[in-house]
Design a protein around this ligand. Structure first.
Ligand code: NOJ
Length: 559
């Protein structure tokens, strides 16, 4: 397998709005990130992925960009950004920017011009259609609920918005628009940024038929995804981006790609494809979804999670590359979801970390994950800020007829705001995040869970992550080893091996509160084993064969 720095890197995602506020306005900012670089350096991460920091009216917290070449007023200035970039580079780390080019804000000057008249030269930068017998051009649903089309009085046409109506979709069929995007990307790369995480990049090529989507059970709108996910010209566009921009720089590129298969991922990231370095896919995050999508609470088993993760491990082996993550700004906290955020919070957070970091792929840590931050249960919908949560609340209560209690409990489990409560730095007011009044409330458990405490405790989740990161730097097998699943049907234990040259890595993880006995293939027992890391006790030699304790993990190097 070809070696690359971005395969060997560990990424840390910063959601700037919730990371650290330096000026007391209650909103995190660039100088706040600057203040915390030593912390990130201590953790040992290589790349910082910044969720969008561009000018934005914040309908979707920065994923609605009104100016790609200036910094959001609340976050600081371009000079602050340059200072941050320099400071990150001085510490031997890199910055990966979020690139949101499926859509802009409706307050972007391109859209203002585009909507001004049907003859405007930028009209075609967006997707405008006449109505269909007085209704929307087709039945597509927006990801944030309601129709994906908005009627514009001024020119009597509809524009497409796969997300909020303040996020009109760009028309990638337009060459001039594509060129504007390429020159904007080049501008950032010339400033020295080290890569792009590309937001829903597999949505940019739309099937030009704009056909109606299938209407699933009890839904009001149709599912347009077959017509915009992995669309007809997607590979052509990505190859063009690569040729015109990316190939001229040694940078890291990640495609956020809902609904991508392993076969498609090979086309996006495979050898000699000249598209992207890695995908960021959602299959292991979509477990538990049912007829109401992520708000449903369908049953799932550990063997389902293992099957999905294993499919991505073997499906890209030798051709393509995947991102490894349990959390990001769109997902609930993993310790509350796949772990145990009560009695076994610390054990399960460490087990989940080891389970993920020993897989093949580039690991991502989302801010606060290294502290075992948990979901939040705000009592009232008024305390939530996320547009998807607020729109879904309305739809579930008013259209689906769910009770408020049932809806709130779904929100407690799945809202994106679970990830967006402020970073918990210490046990002072507002968890040390701000001296003002935070834009979203701090999780009340901050007096127990915070960075200062974790930093000072050598046995904390933070130090466990630090050790995982340093193991990855020490042992090539963790980056490049070939994956094999063990005990596929075991509903308590996720066990696998990695193989590289003459060595093997053995990873045993108990996902349950009960003790979990196991037996291993005798071949594995014939090696000399060294325990590299575990969450119940020290490193040592020999594979321990007694049952795994609740949420225990053991990682061995076999020679
Ligand atoms: C994916 C981003 O991760 C999410 O936060 C955002 O709302 C949508 N794309 C739209 O940009």
């Amino acid at each position: 397998m070809e070696k690359s720095w971005w395969k060997e890197a560990v990424v840390y995602q910063v959601y700037p709005r919730s990371f650290m506020d330096s000026d007391g306005d209650g909103i995190g900012d660039l100088n706040g990130i600057l203040q915390k670089l030593d912390y990130l350096q201590e953790l040992g991460v290589n790349v910082i992925w910044l969720s969008p920091v561009y000018q934005s009216p914040n309908d979707d917290n920065g994923y609605d960009i009104s100016d790609y070449q200036s910094i959001m007023t609340e976050f600081g200035t371009l000079a602050d950004f340059e200072l941050l970039l320099r400071a990150v580079h001085e510490r031997g780390m890199k910055i990966m920017m979020d690139l949101v080019v499926n859509h802009t804000s409706d307050e972007h000057s391109w859209f203002k011009e585009s909507r001004s008249s049907k003859d405007d030269p930028k009209r075609d930068y967006y997707i405008w259609k006449p109505g269909n017998q007085g209704k929307e051009p087709n039945n597509w649903e927006s990801v944030f609920k309601g129709s994906a089309w908005e009627y514009d009085e001024g020119t009597s046409e509809y524009y497409l918005h796969l997300f909020s109506k303040k996020q009109p979709d760009l028309n990638w069929e337009n060459r001039k628009l594509r060129e504007e995007i390429y020159s904007m990307m080049t501008w950032w790369l010339e400033k020295g940024v080290d890569g792009f995480r590309m937001d829903v990049i597999n949505f940019i090529s739309k099937d030009q038929s704009y056909s109606d989507g299938h209407i699933y059970h009890q839904k009001q709108y149709g599912d347009g995804s077959p017509y915009f996910m992995n669309g007809p010209r997607i590979h052509e566009f990505l190859q063009e981006i690569n040729q015109q921009v990316l190939s001229r720089y040694d940078v890291m590129t990640v495609g956020e790609m809902p609904g991508v298969s392993t076969e498609e991922a090979q086309l996006y990231t495979g050898r000699n494809r000249d598209e992207l370095h890695m995908v960021f896919q959602f299959e292991h995050m979509d477990l538990g979804g049912g007829p109401e999508g992520k708000w449903s609470d369908a049953d799932w088993k550990l063997s389902d999670l293992k099957r999905i993760l294993s499919k991505w491990q073997t499906g890209l082996e030798g051709n393509g590359w995947n991102s490894l993550y349990w959390n990001n700004h769109d997902q609930p906290r993993v310790v509350s979801r796949y772990g145990n955020d009560g009695r076994y919070r610390i054990e399960s957070a460490k087990m989940l970390a080891a389970c993920l970091h020993m897989l093949q792929g580039t690991p991502y840590i989302y801010q606060g994950e290294e502290l075992g931050m948990t979901n939040v249960t705000f009592a009232s919908i008024d305390e939530y800020r996320d547009i998807e949560t607020l729109n879904s609340y309305d739809e579930l209560v008013h259209f689906n007829g769910w009770s408020k209690e049932r809806t709130m409990s779904a929100i407690h489990a799945r809202s994106r705001d679970n990830a967006r409560t402020p970073m918990q730095w210490n046990d002072s007011r507002n968890a040390g995040f701000t001296k003002g009044s935070p834009w979203i409330k701090v999780n009340p458990n901050f007096r127990e869970i915070h960075a200062e405490k974790a930093y000072n405790d050598p046995d904390s989740i933070f130090h466990f992550y630090k050790r995982l990161i340093s193991l990855r730097k020490e042992y090539e097998i963790i980056v490049y080893g070939r994956y094999e699943l063990l005990l596929p049907d075991d509903e308590r234990i996720f066990a696998y091996t990695r193989a590289f040259k003459k060595e093997k890595l053995l990873v045993l993880c108990n996902f349950k509160e009960e003790h979990a006995p196991f037996s291993l293939p005798s071949e594995l027992l014939s090696h000399t084993a060294t325990k590299l890391i575990g969450n119940y006790g020290q490193e040592g030699t020999g594979i321990a064969l007694e049952p795994l304790c609740p949420y225990e993990c053991r990682v061995y190097l076999l020679k």
